[in-house]
Ligand binder design. Structure first.
Ligand SMILES: C[S@@+](CC[C@H](N)C(=O)[O-])C[C@H]1O[C@@H](n2cnc3c(N)ncnc32)[C@H](O)[C@@H]1O
Length: 222
């Protein structure tokens, strides 16, 4: 099935609110746990960047797990960032997490070079996927830990609909619709492999992690 891109930014406040209220506790905690398993010797005590951070649920979980690190999130949607600022304040983590409203590619961000770069569910939004890999190269320090997770595109629209029915049966209609469009907009593992090659990041490991997910992880050279 050919990729059908969706809008990059999730600007609609109703969409952002539905997304922020959705229960991502399990998958997001799994990402934080698996990050720890993937980099067992990494002492996370520097700057960590989350690209397309949305309502900051992942940042909050990482900040709780690695209290010595300083977290930065970038997103181009004011509605998502408002949800994120609220959640960070509620969690009492405003001193450890900063959010920035920027549309990627964003040059000249007031950020230190980062010890780790994360991103969950941003890649499939990007009309030019190279933006993700170039941003990583721009802000990650040599030897930084990279951990990218996203959806992968099914072979047919029927398979996409089956995945929606299977995994978001009880979610509000707006979220089911988002999930369906996101599956159609996602990249296949072969496409991501080519993106990594084009960005000279082939040393990162690409893994298919479920019937709908993929992951790119590893250390940058140096
Ligand atoms: C599906 S949400 C994922 C949010 C969060 N990472 C999570 O896992 O819950 C994708 C986010 O990426 C943001 N986004 C998409 N394209 C972007 C771009 N070019 N620059 C900045 N943010 C972008 C959207 O606004 C949205 O908040």
């Amino acid at each position: 099935m050919k990729r059908i891109p969706e809008p990059e930014l999730m600007l609609d406040p109703a969409q952002a609110n539905a997304y922020a209220r959705a229960d991502f506790a399990q998958p997001h905690q799994r990402i934080a746990d698996q990050f720890g398993d993937t980099f067992p010797n990494l002492k996370l005590n520097g700057a960590v960047l989350d690209l397309g951070c949305g309502p900051a649920d992942l940042l909050i979980r990482f900040a709780r797990a690695w209290p010595a690190a300083r977290f930065h999130g970038i997103d181009g949607s004011p509605a998502m960032l408002a949800e994120g600022q609220r959640a960070i304040a509620d969690a009492g983590l405003s001193g450890q997490i900063s959010l920035y409203e920027r549309v990627l590619p964003a040059r000249q961000l007031p950020l230190p070079t980062c010890q780790a770069v994360l991103s969950n569910s941003l890649l499939h939004h990007l009309h030019d996927p190279g933006v993700l890999w170039q941003t990583i190269k721009e802000f990650a320090a040599p030897g930084a830990a990279i951990y990218i997770t996203d959806l992968r595109r099914p072979d047919t629209v029927e398979q996409a609909q089956t995945l929606v029915d299977t995994y978001s049966g009880n979610e509000p209609a707006i979220l089911k619709q988002d999930f369906y469009h996101s599956l159609l907009a996602a990249f296949t593992p072969a496409e991501v492999r080519q993106q990594l090659k084009d960005a000279s990041l082939e040393n990162l490991e690409l893994a298919v992690t479920s019937d709908r997910h993929l992951r790119v992880s590893g250390y940058l050279p140096g």
